[in-house]
Design a binder for this molecule. Structure first.
Ligand SMILES: NC(=O)c1ccc[n+]([C@@H]2O[C@H](COP(=O)([O-])OP(=O)(O)OC[C@H]3O[C@@H](n4cnc5c(N)ncnc54)[C@H](O)[C@@H]3O)[C@@H](O)[C@H]2O)c1
Ligand SMILES: Nc1ncnc2c1ncn2[C@@H]1O[C@H](COP(=O)(O)OP(=O)(O)OP(=O)(O)O)[C@@H](O)[C@H]1O
Length: 357
């Protein structure tokens, strides 16, 4: 692809990321591609995604240098502009990132020479009974060294505002939208509706809706299912619900999840991809649904989601199974699949060694 302009999102607190950013800038200079830093972490104030990408000259490639949090920050900006995002792994887990720091130049060459695949990832968005904002006096309590809060989400000008259907907010989540208790000693009580039907009323620490991408983040920690990022679904997962029914529900992509805070509930915070974006009180609600736009993420080798799951989550094998045999890391065949299996997605020994990262 022709790279017109690069936007850089750097984990400024990590020297390897700052060093890798120099490599990206040098590559850009070599190919006369303008390159702008767009993480405003150090500038004391955050801006809307629209303002941030506009100030950076509307980049068509966003390169993130950091961990999953840095990738999520870049994804928010890329989604705003329909830009491609390339994640360079300089974090602790690196579940979302695509290439190692050592491979950054080669990755940029691959993007320029179109030797890449583009993953189209589902994003979530929401409507709310009222505009979301964080009370000014809360900010000092919630930052925990994570930089300034994002500004209140803007109302989407292209959507009708309706007293019953709420206000469409210009937000996207790659991982999850979470309604969580704000007071540490007071759970939230929430009526959960799927596709307009009451599923149950929950009293819980948090209720979250995740994308398939986000199924391995907070939802996973709360016991939710691992969902292939290629699947189209929403995952509703309660966190520590005080009730017998504590399962996740996986919905179809056109089935929204409505979360209505009940009359005598404790106050609730709304977090989007881990960022606090608003506070709700009794009677308020949010409706979470698949966003019309998607994230375009650069992939430089075959998708190996399950390999990554095994490696990054340190999956351990059953001790008895380890004693009983050693399965090969890939399904052992040396020839291409027969015709009746040709529509299936496989990684096999016939494809060669697993992709390197
Ligand atoms: N108990 C929990 O596990 C918990 C609690 C709150 C938030 N979160 C997650 O943190 C995310 C924000 O990430 P952050 O890095 O800014 O904050 P963070 O540093 O607190 O992230 C938590 C961990 O989740 C990992 N992670 C993030 N997205 C992932 C994904 N899609 N698959 C697998 N692992 C993933 C990160 O590498 C990190 O180790 C939120 O979207 C939410 O899902 C997790
Ligand atoms: N751009 C930045 N400048 C300075 N410090 C930062 C920046 N980004 C993150 N940090 C610091 O690093 C800490 C971890 O941030 P975050 O979890 O978002 O990183 P990450 O990209 O997810 O990497 P990791 O996988 O190591 O967590 C934050 O608490 C913050 O103090």
């Amino acid at each position: 692809m022709t790279v017109g302009r690069v936007g850089l999102v750097v984990h400024g607190g990590r020297s390897e990321a700052v060093e890798a950013a120099r490599v990206v800038r040098a590559w850009c200079e070599e190919y006369a591609v303008p390159c702008t830093d767009i993480d405003v972490w150090n500038e004391g104030e955050r801006h809307s995604a629209h303002e941030e990408v506009e100030a950076a000259g509307d980049p068509d490639l966003i390169v993130t240098l950091g961990g999953d949090g840095t990738f999520l920050r870049g994804a928010r900006l890329a989604a705003q502009n329909d830009a491609l995002v390339l994640g360079v792994d300089l974090g602790r887990v690196g579940f979302l990132t695509e290439v190692s720091a050592a491979g950054v130049r080669a990755a940029l060459d691959a993007v320029r020479e179109e030797r890449l695949a583009i993953d189209s990832r589902m994003l979530l968005t929401l409507r709310a009974s009222r505009r979301l904002e964080v009370p000014a006096d809360m900010e000092a309590w919630v930052k925990y060294g994570r930089g300034p809060l994002l500004p209140p989400p803007q109302v989407r000008p292209d959507c009708e505002v309706d007293a019953e259907w709420g206000i469409a907010l210009n937000v996207t989540a790659l991982n999850d939208i979470v309604l969580e208790k704000l007071a540490r000693d007071r759970q939230v009580s929430v009526g959960v509706y799927i596709s307009g039907r009451l599923l149950a009323s929950y009293s819980a620490d948090a209720l979250l809706v995740a994308t398939p991408t986000g199924s391995t983040a907070y939802s996973f920690a709360a016991g939710g299912p691992v969902v292939s990022p290629r699947a189209e679904a929403l995952v509703f997962t309660p966190v520590a619900p005080h009730m017998a029914f504590d399962r996740s529900v996986v919905t179809a992509p056109d089935e929204p999840v409505g979360l209505r805070v009940l009359e005598r509930s404790g106050p609730a915070a709304v977090s989007i991809d881990g960022q606090l974006r608003g506070v709700l009180g009794p009677g308020d609600w949010i409706g979470v649904y698949a966003a019309p736009r998607r994230l375009r993420a650069a992939r430089l080798g075959p998708m190996d989601f399950y390999g990554r799951l095994r490696e990054r989550m340190n999956l351990t094998d059953a001790p008895a199974a380890v004693a009983d045999g050693s399965p090969a890391p890939l399904w052992s065949v040396t020839s291409p699949p027969p015709g009746d299996l040709a529509h299936l997605s496989f990684l096999t020994t016939a494809d060669g060694p697993p992709p390197l990262r």
